[in-house]
Write a protein that binds this ligand. Structure first.
Ligand code: HEC
Length: 156
C-alpha cells in the first residue's frame, strides 16, 4: 500500500513536471516571431486605448457602451504581449524596441506589467458606471502605467 502511494506520488510528480515544462519555456521558437507577436499585441492595445483616449479628451463623443467594450478588450489584451518576452524573444534586438534592461530587472518589469494589468481592470470596472467622471481618473492612471514601463524598458 505504501509502495503504491509512493508510486502514485512519483507518477503525479512526473505528470506535473510534464505539464509545467511548456509554461516555463516560450510558445515561440523564433525570436522574430516573438517580437512580431508582442508588437502586434501592443498595436491592438494602442488601437483600443487611443479610442478611449479620444472619448476621455472629448475628441470623440462619449458612448458608454463603446467605452465598456473597449475597456474590456484592453483587459484581455493586457495579458497578451508579456508571453512573448521570455524564451525565443528574450533579448531580441532585431526590429525590437525592447531594451536589455527588461531582462536585467525582470522582477521590476513584472511589477510594471502587473500595475498595468490591475489599472486596466479598474478602468473596466469604472466603465461599468457609464460615467465619464468616474472613468477619467482611472483612464489617466492606466496611461501612467504605460508610460512608467516605456520610460525604462522601451527605446524611443
Ligand atoms: C510592463 C511594460 C509595458 C507596459 C505596461 C506597456 N508597454 Fe507598450 N511596450 C513595451 C515594450 C517593451 C515595447 C517594445 C516591444 C518590442 O518592440 O519588442 C512596447 C511597445 C509598444 C508599442 C509599439 C508597438 C509596435 O508597433 O512596435 C505601443 C504602441 C505600445 N507599447 C503601447 C502601449 C500602451 C498604450 C500601453 C498602456 C495602455 C502599454 N504599451 C503598456 C512595454 C510596455
Amino acid at each position: 500500500m505504501r509502495l503504491i502511494t509512493t508510486l502514485t506520488a512519483a507518477a503525479l510528480t512526473i505528470g506535473l513536471a510534464t505539464f509545467a515544462a511548456p509554461a516555463l519555456s516560450s510558445a515561440f521558437t523564433k525570436a522574430e516571431d516573438a517580437v512580431e507577436y508582442r508588437q502586434g499585441a501592443f498595436k491592438l492595445i494602442r488601437e483600443n486605448f487611443g479610442y478611449m483616449s479620444g472619448m476621455v479628451r472629448g475628441e470623440i463623443d462619449f458612448d458608454a457602451d463603446q467605452f465598456k467594450q473597449r475597456s474590456k478588450a484592453l483587459v484581455h489584451l493586457s495579458n497578451i504581449p508579456f508571453d512573448a518576452f521570455t524564451g525565443a524573444g528574450e533579448n531580441a534586438t532585431n526590429n525590437s524596441d525592447a531594451l536589455p534592461a527588461i531582462w536585467q530587472n525582470w522582477s521590476d518589469f513584472e511589477s510594471k506589467r502587473d500595475a498595468f494589468q490591475s489599472a486596466a481592470v479598474e478602468l473596466a470596472e469604472a466603465a461599468e458606471s457609464g460615467n465619464i467622471r468616474d472613468i477619467r481618473p482611472k483612464f489617466m492612471a492606466t496611461a501612467r502605467t504605460c508610460q512608467q514601463c516605456h520610460e525604462g524598458y522601451r527605446a524611443d
